[in-house]
Design a protein around this ligand. Structure first.
Ligand SMILES: [Zn+2]
Length: 273
């Protein structure tokens, strides 16, 4: 499934007349004027297949989710032993490739909340993330305090970061994380309404950015993990990446399955809180 989707992606960079007629139109329909139509990463077995998402530059993105979603998640309710691990503030030119190697070795998929001002230095890392099955979310361009911004400034931050991710990967970000977790209720509603973004917070914060040492980061993550949880860490910091092999291996040994944030939301058994 994944290989099939990835093989389709280059089609979006070709003209419509090059699309083989044997491929269903729903999968490869060329963008209408003013629209981008892009592939999303495949979902895990048992969930819906890849969905196709329409984003209008005006900001509407209401068809991305297969069910109603909340405006905020710190975790989901699920009987499955799954967690989503999220890496913020990258991509970092050295730490992120090292992390991607660790993830690949263990066949773990993660979600990266990238910062536009970092993306511009290592855009190829976004393409690697997508090629290896990870998800990319919107963490703004400047990493400023959104709660202090006007709605117009908020829209500009999100739109620029959104467009940058789509331009680099052809894949639409499905959710956002506010820098520092600073966000107002009215802003969350605006982002869900106009961008289709739920605001993704976390259930476990090991405060890795304070650099407590890899062993402490690992123990906080492993002890804090629970089914449906969202783990927050930062691939910007080398000691955080140093903590990952042990973290991954301990959680895998406990029977946890790693899913992306989109997959986690699709697994939520409680809707409409
Ligand atoms: Zn951040």
């Amino acid at each position: 499934m994944k290989a099939a989707i990835l093989s389709l992606l280059p089609l979006f960079f070709l003209s419509a007349c090059q699309v083989p007629s044997s491929i269903s139109r729903s999968a490869v329909a060329m963008p209408l004027p003013g629209e981008l139509k892009v592939a999303l990463p495949p979902l895990i077995v048992g969930l819906e297949g890849p969905t196709w998402d329409v984003v209008r530059p005006g900001g509407e993105n209401l068809s991305a989710w297969s069910k109603p979603v909340n405006d905020t998640y710190t975790r989901v309710t699920t009987s499955r032993k799954v967690v989503a691990i999220t890496f913020d503030d990258g991509p970092h030119p050295e730490n992120t490739p090292r992390l991607l190697d660790m993830l690949k070795e263990r066949k773990i998929r993660a979600t990266f909340y990238v910062v536009g001002n970092m993306v511009k230095y290592s855009p190829e890392l976004l393409r690697r993330m997508i090629a290896e099955g990870h998800e990319i979310g919107n963490h703004t361009v400047t990493h400023g305090n959104l709660a202090r911004m006007s709605d117009e400034a908020l829209r500009a931050e999100l739109r620029a970061a959104h467009d940058q991710i789509v331009a680099e990967t052809g894949v639409t970000p499905r959710s956002m994380r506010p820098p520092g977790g600073a966000i107002k209720k009215s802003q969350k509603e605006l982002m869900l309404r106009e961008f289709g973004y739920p605001t993704i917070l976390w259930s476990v914060d090991p405060e890795d950015w304070k650099r407590p040492g890899p062993a402490v980061v690992t123990s906080r993550l492993v002890n804090g993990a629970s089914p449906g949880g969202i783990l927050l860490v930062h691939d910007l910091h080398k000691p955080t990446v140093d903590a990952m092999p042990s973290t991954f291996d301990q959680l895998l040994a406990q029977g946890y399955e790693f899913v992306t944030v989109t997959e986690l939301i699709e697994l939520d058994e409680k809707v409409g809180e």
